[in-house]
Design a protein around this ligand. Structure first.
Ligand SMILES: Cc1cc2nc3c(=O)[nH]c(=O)nc-3n(C[C@H](O)[C@H](O)[C@H](O)COP(=O)(O)O)c2cc1C
Length: 215
């Protein structure tokens, strides 16, 4: 609209200073008006342009350590996911975590399937890249990370989505499919998997990965 107004202003000024106003196209002329619209650049910003946001959850601290090293290597904002209530996820052979993951798997489209997390206000529009750093639970994305993505995943459409997964030893394909389900229109690249065997080498792994994904 600003551009149309500025074009209109230019046309008015031109009419005022020109001795032959009839040759100057009028913005009231329907045909010309269409051409002005056609020449306007797309006013919607590219969703993959903007700052980098890191969203993470950590129960026993490994993902937190990964994010701390990541923050030393890139310029980013960071949001931590905090569950409502305190849980001993290690108790009874990890039963609470298993129950939460099973509830999500049974009904992934229902909000009530996801555990309650503390309210987080994210202005997603200012970010072009979102890095999701999460533990793996029972071969899937930790339930609290899934809860945040259930709320914000659709707002991440068209953005670059980078996944970092911390597990003890399990492979991360289940976490990648959870991420793709919850952020269906994200532009995913290569995930970074850090496990008990290479966690101590995380700074170098992050550095290589950042180079690979060109961030
Ligand atoms: C509820 C629960 C379930 C887990 N399930 C798995 C699993 O299936 N496979 C695996 O390799 N590690 C599993 N782990 C281990 C975590 O993925 C691993 O310790 C990770 O580094 C934890 O990240 P955090 O310290 O940021 O919470 C599980 C941990 C918890 C608490």
């Amino acid at each position: 609209m600003m551009q149309i107004m500025s074009i209109m202003a230019t046309a008015v000024m031109a009419i005022g200073s020109c001795s032959a106003p009839e040759v100057i196209p009028s913005v009231k002329d329907e045909e010309h008006e269409v051409k002005l619209e056609e020449n306007m650049p797309d006013s919607k910003p590219d969703p993959s342009e903007g700052k980098t946001l890191v969203i993470f959850y950590s129960y026993t601290g490994n993902t937190r350590e990964i994010v701390a090293d990541l923050q030393k290597q890139i310029d980013c904002d960071v949001v931590e996911i905090i569950p409502e209530g305190t849980y001993d996820y290690n108790a009874n052979n990890y039963k609470i975590g298993a129950d939460q993951i099973n509830a999500i798997n049974a009904n992934p489209d229902k909000e009530s399937s996801y555990p309650a997390i503390k309210e987080t206000k994210i202005d997603m529009e200012q970010y072009g890249t979102v890095i999701i750093a999460t533990p793996l639970w029972h071969a899937r994305m930790a339930s609290n990370t899934q809860a945040l993505l259930f709320q914000y995943g659709k707002q991440m459409s068209g953005k670059k989505i980078e996944l970092i997964v911390s597990s003890h030893s399990s492979g991360i394909s289940g976490v990648e499919s959870d991420a793709k389900r919850l952020v269906p229109d994200g532009k995913f690249t290569k995930s970074l998997w850090i496990n008990a065997g290479n966690h101590s080498n995380r700074a170098a792994l992050i550095k290589n990965w950042l180079t690979e994904i060109a961030l």
